[in-house]
Design a protein. Structure first.
Length: 410
């Protein structure tokens, strides 16, 4: 345990994970909801595929730009305040998206959504890290990560179902109002964590921010983890953005069926993968340095063939099997994104490190909607989806090398 790292006994550390699980569910439901209704928005607002790609990317670009600042704030302000404030802000923006009647207004609300949601993950990871030591960190963060998949399913499936019945705007109003209710509940439920050293530092705030980002990027191991996260996010965003459209066009599914199928199988499998990945990583990490990175590499490597087959499946059954396989092994990687980072970052810099990593990761992912929209016009969505398997293969090799390096250095 590093200096200034806080632990408490009892049930609260796990109750905290449970409360944040629901916050993260809304975090991902709100961002995913729009992709399942792309066909309706495209028709109503007369948008091109590139414009739709920009609608998706605008969220991620702002998310990426705000990431380092969000992480720095999480190191200096109570994570509890950051989480509740961010949830209330992005929920209000989600509800406001229902009032988008032009391309420009839609992009504006998506950009504001990215700003609000950027503040959640660094604060949440700092809070979980304050209550869970290395012995339980992967399991705690893996359990929290499972809400990402539940939220993606909820956003993708429910928005499409509601859109068929009541129009695409209704789901945004519903998700936004529910998020605001949850924010009120958390005001009375989340405890204020013990003060960390970084919250009391007297250093000039701007210098502290610059020095924090500089220190994070000066470490080659962290830079490599960030590069892997960028690649993994690019692949994930390809699926989040274009899989509903892919299923609707290639397999002629209904809007609600495409919204459900594009998220449910893949994300449900990821829940199983993330829970297994957290358990495996805690065991591997207790026996060897680099154990968490090795677990991630295994997940990426095993996901390669399923990624390739997803794009070229010619039957719905084959497609479902491929998505389940990809989702399961993606979960094993995802379980340790933050726990692996925290293995090499001191506690007082975890917020800014998570913010920087989140920023670069979503900067990479932010180009996926536009890049794939342009490439699909020439090569087709099937080829573009399958081509992402090459990215996973390269990322797996990078993490295997890092794991070996960490073991030698131990």
């Amino acid at each position: 345990m590093t200096a200034n790292e806080t632990r408490t006994g009892g049930a609260y550390p796990w109750l905290l994970v449970g409360m944040l699980w629901f916050v993260c569910l809304f975090n991902y439901a709100d961002r995913q909801a729009i992709f399942s209704v792309f066909p309706l928005i495209r028709t109503e607002l007369a948008l091109t595929p590139i414009q739709l790609g920009i609608v998706g990317s605008s969220f991620m670009w702002m998310y990426a730009l705000a990431g380092p600042v969000a992480g720095w704030v999480s190191d200096r302000v109570s994570p509890r305040k950051v989480i509740v404030g961010a949830l209330a802000f992005w929920s209000a923006v989600t509800a406001g998206t229902a009032f988008s009647h032009s391309y420009g207004v839609l992009v504006f609300f998506r950009t504001l959504g990215g700003l609000g949601e950027a503040f959640y993950f660094p604060a949440a990871m700092a809070l979980i890290g304050a209550y869970h030591s290395a012995a339980t960190r992967s399991r705690a963060m893996a359990l929290h990560q499972s809400s990402v998949y539940a939220g993606t399913i909820a956003g993708g499936a429910m928005s499409a179902f509601i859109a068929e019945q009541h129009g695409w705007r209704t789901s945004f109003t519903l998700f936004g109002l529910l998020g605001l209710v949850l924010a009120v509940v958390l005001i009375f439920s989340l405890k204020r964590p013990p003060r960390l050293a970084s919250e009391t530092q007297q250093e000039n705030p701007l210098l502290h921010f610059v020095h924090g980002v500089r220190d994070v990027l000066a470490q080659g191991r962290i830079v490599l983890m960030i590069a892997v996260f960028m690649g993994a996010n690019f692949v994930a965003v390809v699926f989040l953005t274009w899989l509903p459209t892919f299923l609707l066009e290639k397999f002629h599914m209904s809007l609600s069926n495409a919204g459900f199928s594009s998220t449910a199988y893949l994300q449900a499998a990821s829940v199983l993968g993330v829970l297994l990945g957290g358990w495996l990583a805690d065991r591997f990490a207790s026996k060897r340095a680099g154990g968490r990175q090795l677990t991630q590499a295994i997940g990426l490597l095993c996901g390669v063939p399923f990624l390739f087959l997803t794009g070229w499946s010619i039957t719905v059954i084959g497609l479902i099997v491929s998505m389940i396989g990809f989702g399961f092994f993606k979960g094993i990687y995802d379980a340790n994104i933050w726990a692996s980072l925290y293995d090499v970052v001191p506690v007082e810099k975890r917020g800014v490190a998570a913010g920087v990593m989140n920023s670069f990761g979503w900067l990479g992912g932010g180009f996926a909607p536009v890049v794939i929209a342009a490439a699909a016009q020439r090569f087709g969505l099937s080829a573009c989806i399958s081509a992402t398997s090459v990215i996973y293969l390269c990322l797996a090799m990078m993490l295997l090398g890092l794991s070996a390096n960490l073991r030698k250095a131990a």
